[in-house]
Design a protein around this ligand. Sequence first.
Ligand code: PLP
Length: 505
Amino acid sequence: MRLRFVLGCQPGQRPLDLYLARDLGAGQTTTSDSTSCNKVTIPLQRGSVHIPRPHAAQSSSALRSRHLSAPENGAPNRCYRSNVTDEPATNAARLQARAERVLPGTAGRKRQMLHEFMADFPWFVERGEGATLTDVDGRQFLDLMGAYGPNLLGHRHPRVEQAAARQQLLGDTMGGLGPVTIELAEFLTERIDPIDWVFVGKNGSDATSYALRVARQATGRSRVLIAEAAYHTAQDWGTMFPNGVPEPHRMLTSRFVYNDPESLRAAVAEAGDDLAAIMLTPFHQGFYEQPDVATPAFVQAVEQEARRSGAVLVLDDVRANMRMHPSGASHDRIGIRPDIVCFGKAVANGRAVSVCGGSDALRDAADAIGYLGTFFGSAVAHAACLETFRTFDDEGAFDRMLDVGERLSKGLSDAASSADLTFDVSGYPTMAMVHIGRQPGPYLDHLWAAGMVRRGVLIHPTVAWYVCAALTDAQVDTVVERAADCFAEVAVEAADRERAKTAGG
Ligand SMILES: Cc1ncc(COP(=O)(O)O)c(C=O)c1O
């Protein structure tokens, strides 16, 4: 079993100081692996509260007979249809059939990601509350995915909802900016150093694209550098999906290997005197990769290269922000000083708000560019954003999420060890992922995630969890209990595969 939380440190700082600048209470232990930056602090106490299990666990043989063929053979998902009539058997199946006719991306998503393995994944959700989701077939899930980031405080958090409702009574999109937008901008510039001005958009892509436009305007240069497999935008300049994107739209974006200073330096050299920006994420997870956090050496290299080349240093903090530091800004965790920082996902607890903020030095460039959006003045979302930050502070949400992440990691690791599985947790406690087995490859991870989903725990096999502050210790213990059951099944399957491999020579 290995816990691999990688932490950013400034030169000379001890990682643990950065990681947990708070007291280690009684009943906690600190573990570390071989590198000095890899540490995690884990509370040892376990609760025994039981939450009724929404789905009966299935036997190992049932699990395997249903799932063994995928995802390796890429078989189409047949589980959405009843075996007897080939008619949709569930509300989700009916919605999927309708979606395939009118929402091509949704149908595509099923083919690419769902496989037969994730047939029970709740793709169609009816409602969320706190740390739970209910799908369109009435199945309830403990939600560890947090909508891939936005669910920070809990679905429909009362304080945020009330703030949004108050603004809704006054109006939402009204053509002119409401006072709340100015209040939000002032709040962010006061709160987050080195932000002196902000642009407020809807999606993370708005913020990152805006950042690059400011960088290009400020430097008069064209090229930008981003990490391989990093996701920054749905726009042509950086999308992970090349279909439909003309080559010239991608030619100004080059890539370096994350956490590899040499690769970065080579990319900077190659860009020459046309380098406008280096964009970095504090928390990195490429598709089908284990998550990673920027190392101190890499952070230092990025800063040096940006300063030396005159490129604008953009920190894309759309994903991590309030899950990496109580300030809400991950650069306070990894120890970098960006010229521009982008936020999104969690900052309005589920409403569409993104932010790009920059230093005074870039104010004129930001002033000069035109960047319009019909809904950029959404007063309701901005009220929700302000209230999300205030609630985050008042409820100690960062510490709560850290506790939850640690409890979860420790509990899952213990459960996997008891099932005699090789197990790895990587990322940051609030955003981490498990990997089972000695080899890379997602087969056992898929098996585990599928088993957890059938047990009413929403987890994804290839994307890090995003815990929310509404998760209770009792709910985490329930997840761990169900995981123990699930790991036992996976261990049987892993042993069978091992035997088959040995027999096959
Ligand atoms: C680091 C990062 N930047 C930017 C984006 C784009 O955000 P959005 O999907 O809201 O456009 C994402 C989305 O996952 C992201 O993770």
